[in-house]
Each structure stands twice: as structure tokens, then as C-alpha cells.
Ligand binder design. Sequence first.
Ligand code: G16
Length: 526
Amino acid sequence: MKLFSLFEHFAAKHAKSCAKRFNYGTAGFRDNWTQLDSIVFRMGALAAVRSLDKNGSAVGLMITASHNPEDDNGVKIIDSCGEMLESSWEAIASDIANSENEHLYAKFADLINDKELNQRTALVFIARDTRKSSLELANAAIDGVRAIGGEYTDFCLLTTPQLHFIVHCFNTNGSYGEPSEEGYYKKLSQAFSKINSIPPSNHNLVVDCANGVGAEKIKKLTDYIDKKFFNPELCNIGNGILNYKCGADFVKLNQLPPEGVELKANTRYASFDGDADRIVYYFLDLSTSKFCLMDGDKIAVLFMSYLKELLDKMHLADELDFCVVQTAYANGNSTDYIRNVLKVETACVPTGVKHLHSRAQQSDIAVYFEANGHGTALISNKAENKIKQSMDSEVKQHLLNFIDLINQTNGDAISDLLVVETILNNRQISINDWSKFYNDLPNRQLKVSVTNKNAIKTTFDETRCVAPDGLQNAINEVVQKFGTKARSFVRPSGTEDIVRVYAEAQTQEQANLLAQEVAAVVEKMI
Ligand code: G16
């Protein structure tokens, strides 16, 4: 029986032409954009099937390669709850992506028959970033949805977190916000305006938009907020190459400002990545005349310290459990500060925001951030109900507005920016004061190109290698030369064709040297 009359037509238009194997990785599929037409078509069809599996709820499909270079692109599916695709469907996605053309129809027919799904209509929300290749790939995704007989809404240009937000709002009948781009601006701007009753004493905020989609979106947001309260100067708004010598990944990895940005005194700087789901801050430290980075770990500490302070004031802190979720990339001193000063539990999970998000859901109040600036806070229903039932009306209202400022569906550079600005303003502290919460242990990250990055297998928390034989011992031998505070680990990237090396040590020179020596071990053994 023919399930979808147009399937074969669209499948032939987007037939697979390369033998390369693809894996649904840390953030979906990513590669050079020329490799992706058939993958994106297939993911459009799979997103439609996932929607059927969710009784016709909307499922999102985002075309982006986020922090990767302009010539790369990617696709990721946003599940009906607005979060990352459920892990059991990642294996299905990889299987579909790698199927031979002649088996594709049968694969989809089996999927639909097995799950008895052919009774309803699928709905897919599609959006894309500003890469040159994104429009063509979005059209391939639309063909995929049509091949299954599904319906779609094309939201055109959005940040990745905006699409997460819209999917969540739509499937919760608007209780979280209006399911539209405008609904996103309204929710964030109203919360920001309510919570910031006095204009900031220091207006000087510069936002590097990585030449990505965040530029247009933050400009739109500023139209909703009184300029006395929020009026950032924007740079890298599309006049240069996406993520090239600018953006959150460049700033974090190189520990430098974006090219062409001359740091000035008394100014806060923030960098987004290409699809505005990551943010890092930085400034010129006048005491050392040096660039000072406020990465995801510092942002997590700021978020958690503020949430804990407000809940303490409401006498609710003892009734709730708190957690900061990190990865192996978290600076050792941030973990010590969270445990010993904030007195909050920490958890370490594998790289990939989906792992952090799902661990965060197990706590009443959780903040999760990757050191690269990808993160947010989650407030459980239990915690929110306790806050709503509490008597303290002033702090209570402040906290409820604060919660509305957080995009709880995914890490979101725009929402995170508003949260950081709000905390600094409400506490009347400068970025310099914030930087003194703790000092980072000097660290260095390197990328190593190898022929087969997947030869490296790690433990769950990614701090040790279990394959190939001998690699971990060789790394241990290098690390032990650099003293007790030193550590280093390596793992294959899920988004780029490289191995990542991380090193931390007592001084910057030692961290640099340790990273180089471990990179040399990887080059030799892989
Ligand atoms: C993506 C993921 C992040 C992850 C990053 C790097 O970020 O969403 O969770 O940290 O890739 O992953 P890897 O080290 O495996 O390459 P983005 O901003 O590119 O979507």
C-alpha cells in the first residue's frame, strides 16, 4: 500500500549521493552544507513522523550549525516539549540519515506502521539561521514534511532558542507565552521592564552578534524596552563572516576579544554565537590591563547566587534542592566555589546541552551551563508553586518576574544577557565585582585534526579515555609533570571533525604547555 503519494517524488529530488556515514551528535547533524541536502530532507520527514508520534503536536526543525564556520550547516529536531529530541529518536535519526535511497520509503513506512501513526496530521515548525546555505536547506526540510503529508509553518529567520520557545508555547496552549516571535519579545521585555525599576548606573554594554541571526533579533527586542534601561551597542551584525574571529566560541577558545574590538574601560562586552544560544561576557580589567573572561561557569555562579539569595529571603531555600550542572570543561575553581561558598551541589554530565538539561530537571532549582556559555536555569513546578504560595509579596513578585525572564526551554544568549544585566543592576555591582567571586584556574583548549576522532572513547563524564589502549596512561604521564592542580582530558567533538583537548594548571604558561603536550600525544596515537 502507498502511504504517501508524493514521497517517492520528493525522495528522488533529495536523493543521497555520498557514502559518508552521519551520526546525530551533540547538536543534531552538522557538516559542510554541500553534504546535507538529503539529510535535511530526511529530517524534515522524520520531524513530521515525530509529530505524528506526539499526536500531532508541533515539532521544531532548526537549520543551523551554530558556532561552526559559515560553510558548515546542520539540522536539529526540537521535540514537542520544546527541548532537544528524545535520545531514543536520535538512533532512529541516524539510521534514517544513513539509509540507502532505495530503502528509505520502506523505513518510513515501517516506522509509521510500527507506531500505528497514519491517522493524524503532522505539524512541523521550521526556522533557520542567516547562513547563505540555510534557505536552500530549509526548503529541503519543507519537502521532507510534505513527503509525509504533514503541515508546516516556516518561521524563516529565528535564533535556535526562539524556535524552542515557540514550540513549547504552542504545545502548552500559550500558558508559557504566545507562540510567536513577537510573543518571545513581549514575554522577555515585560519581565525585564518590571524587574528593573531603576536604570543601570553603567549603560556601556557592547554585544558582538557573531555576524549571525542574533543581531537582527536583539535589535527587535530593544524596540520593546525603554532605552534608558537597555540600549546595547551592537557589533558584528552581519557586516563580516559568521563566527569568523568573533562570537562566543572565538572569544572563549582564544581568550581574546573579537577582532577589531578595542576594549575600553568601564564597559561590559558580551559575545553571542551564530544562532544566539551561547553567550560569554568579558571586560578590560584595569588592575592588570588585561582581557578578563566571564564564561559559562561565571554566569552559572551569578545565576545561582541570585536565585539562592532571593529564595533565602523568602525562607524557602531549606525546602528546595539546588544543583549547578556542569561538564568536564567547568573550571575547577568554579566547582569549588559553588560547593564551598554557595553551598550548592554540583553535577558533572557529558558535553551537550541535552545532558545538562535532563540532569537539571531532576532538581527543584537548577542552573546549568557549559563553560562555552550555553545554559539557562530551570525552576521546577514544585519550586514555582512554593514561591506563588509564599506570603512575601515584594520578593515574591521580583522572583516571579525573574523567572519569566529566563528561557527555560534551552540555553538562550538573549535571555541570558537580560538575566545578567538584571542581576548586576539589581545588586548594584559591576562586572569587575562579579569577576572577583572566584579566580579561574588558568586553562587552555586546543583542537586536533585526526583521521578518525571516533577512535577515542571516554567514560560517561568524559574526564578519562577508555580507548584506544594506552592513551589515558600517556595523558596521565604528561599531567603528573604539572603538579597537583593540573588536569587534562580529550574527547571527540560532536559538532566538528576534530578532537578537543582541555588543560588546566596553576599558571597560564603551564596550562598552555600541558594542552600542547597532550595534543601531541593525541596526534601521535590517533
Ligand atoms: C553545541 C552543543 C553544545 C556543545 C557544543 C560543542 O553547541 O549544543 O552543548 O557544547 O556544541 O560540542 P562539541 O564539543 O561536541 O563539538 P552549539 O552552540 O554549536 O550548538
